[in-house]
Every structure is written in C-alpha cells, then in structure tokens.
Design a binder for this molecule. Sequence first.
Ligand SMILES: Cc1cc2nc3c(=O)[nH]c(=O)nc-3n(C[C@H](O)[C@H](O)[C@H](O)COP(=O)(O)O)c2cc1C
Length: 397
Amino acid sequence: MSKLFSGISLGGLRLDNRVAVSPMCQYSAVNGVAQDWHLIHLGSLALSGAGLVIAEATAVEAAGRITHGCLGLWNDEQEEALARIVRATKAYSHAALGIQLGHAGRRASCQSISTRSTREWLDIGEGAWQTYGPSATSYNEGWHTPVEMTESDILRVITAFAQAARRADRAGFDLIEIHGAHGYLIHQFMSPLTNKRTDTWGGSLDNRLRFALEVARAVRSVWPQSKALGFRVNSKDWHPDGLSLDDAIVLCQALKEIGVDYAVMSAGNLVPDAKIPRATPGHQVAFAMRVKKETGLTAMAVGFIVDPKLADDIIMEGRADMVAIGRAFLDNPRWALHAAATLGVDPDYPPQYVRIRPNNWIGFTTAHPGVVAPQTFKQADRPQSTTWDRPSAESKK
Ligand SMILES: Cc1cc2nc3c(=O)[nH]c(=O)nc-3n(C[C@H](O)[C@H](O)[C@H](O)COP(=O)(O)O)c2cc1C
C-alpha cells in the first residue's frame, strides 16, 4: 500500500498527500510583481495532484532579489498580485499553496536566464545594485563585493522577513518556507566560508546560526499557528572548511524549538570551489533521514526524485516524511496524478479532467505504458461542481 498519497499535517496545515512542488525561480516578475506567467505556472502545478505547491524564492526587500525578474513581497502591489494568484488557484485546486521567502545577499544583482551571457552578475548599465552580505567578500572573481551588514542592516532584513510573512498571510498563502540554503544570505551567515565576522553574528557556530534563528523567530511570531512554517536547510557545504551535516542537525534542532514545522534538506552553491558529487536519484535523501531520526522534525527530501516508486519507497521506509520535486513537475505538470495511478492509488483529478482518469480513458495505458489502472478506481465519483472547496483540516482527520 502506497504511503506517498497519505495525508500529513505540517503544524496546523493538513495536506492531501506527501508530494510538494519545490520552489522554482521563474525570473518573470516585473519590479517584484507576479505576472500572468506566475498564474499560469502555479495554477497548472496546482492541478498536478501534488498536495503542496511552493512558489519560488521571493525577496523580502529589493536588494535581496537574485535578478530583476525575481518575485518580491515588500509592497502592496506585489502582495495584491500574489493574492490574485492564490484566489484563482484555490478556486480550482485542493493543493495547499506556499511561498518561499528569501534574500540573495552577495548572490543578488545577477542576470536573468533570458539575458545570461558568460558572466552572471549585472553591470552598472544593466541596473546592478548594491549587494549585502555577512562579510565584504564576493562570490567569485568579477562578482559584486557586498557591503558588510551593520547591526541595523541585520535588524532591517529580519524585520523585512516578518513584514513579508504578514503580507503572505494576507495574500492567503498556507505555508512559508524560509530559504536558508543554496548560498543565499541566510546560508552566507551560517557558513564559516562566507561569514568572517568577529561580532555576535559571526565566529562560533551559535553566533553564525543566530541570523537564521532570528529570522525564523520573527516569521513564526507573525505567522499563524494554523499555517505551516518550513525552512530550506543547507545540509552541508561540500567543502572541508564549510558546514557539515552535524551543523545542519544543530540548526534543525533549534528550528524545531522555535516552532518551525519542517525542514527540507538541500545543499550547494555557496562557494565556487565546493566539491559537489554528481547527483544520483534521491542523492540528498540521507540528509533528510538524519534530521528526521535525530531531531524528530518533519523532514522533506529533495533532489533528483523522478521515479514515483522511489518517492514512495522514501516515505514507506521512513527516510523522509515528504518529498519535494522540482524539474519532474516542469517536465510533466501532471506528475503526481500519474504517480498515483502508477502506485495504484486513485488519482485526484480535477472535475474538468475527469475524462482522462485512468478508468475513464481508453488511451491511458497507451499514454502511460506499463501503468495498469486498478479496476477498483471508481468512475466519475467527483462532484459536479467545477470548483473545489478545500475540506477543512477538521473534516479530514
Ligand atoms: C528552474 C529552477 C528554479 C529553481 N529555483 C529555486 C528556488 O526559487 N528556491 C529553491 O530553494 N530552489 C530552487 N530550485 C531548486 C529546486 O527547488 C530543487 O531543490 C532542485 O531542482 C532539485 O530538485 P529536482 O531534482 O526535483 O529538480 C530551482 C530549480 C530549478 C530547476
């Protein structure tokens, strides 16, 4: 019996299943404002069968954007554009909607995918801006040198995270994921490779984790308990002088005490000379497993999870509580519906698409060779309405 499609609670938020669409930058915003592209992109993923869809890294202040095309959530126009997407998506989908809040730090002020040449950073003529970091060291030769953040810069950014969280709540999101990985600001503060400070925000591991934990505390203090709060954790730096998985465990324990509901265990992109091994299917699952076992924090595995059987095995074997999947959903925005059928679970098609449910469509086995729809799938047992009311957490227990 599959467990991937069993329900799970993240704090006060109940999800239909354990599949999350991982946040993926679209570089398609204008002045941080979501466009119709985001409505189409997120709307389509909300019809994928995943229990949770998390919108891309969204900057809490202008200087925290990776590129000019990144989403932001520091003004009313940005909040309203996201609220429109949440309203439209929720009218047609059961999926919970999350947003990832972040700050790029010294990795900000970069070119978008559409304009990228051999260099990644923006030139002055392209609208480059001043970047910030824990220390005044650049990512690599040619990259912007950030301003070393003062105490008031640090407090400004922590406050910006809390203000963006309030806006995310008003916009109707169910979940916030704090971006603490992939070489961006929070990760930069945590790692000894990028944090050379000698004040209380640098030096010992406790001091280096302080910024991450203060951000988590500030967000938790304004984010309703009925909604979920997660943290994207850097599992290790893949560098002999960088963060180790033991450090990530210390962080996860502290996040749990603050009231963070889950950790998603990722890694990479802090320094150019990291020795990151070539990815293999499920290559970061072991990190989630250690967090789950040693801290009891709900753990999400991410990274090269494409095969539904692998995703299900990860959950069945207790190696993680959920899986977050990125590229497989861009490749196939019905990934979770097909995965459910593959695993013998009745897929939760939206009423408009009921004619392609495995037992309703003779072409299903041609489209998906090897997937045999169990005869127990009932036909047309969906409500006639073309909009869905999300069942309350109570009614699903
Ligand atoms: C186009 C693209 C954009 C991404 N943007 C983000 C992002 O905004 N935030 C983040 O934490 N990870 C981001 N990632 C990483 C994914 O969320 C995910 O962790 C990674 O792709 C590994 O999972 P996968 O093998 O299932 O794609 C991005 C990945 C892709 C392919």
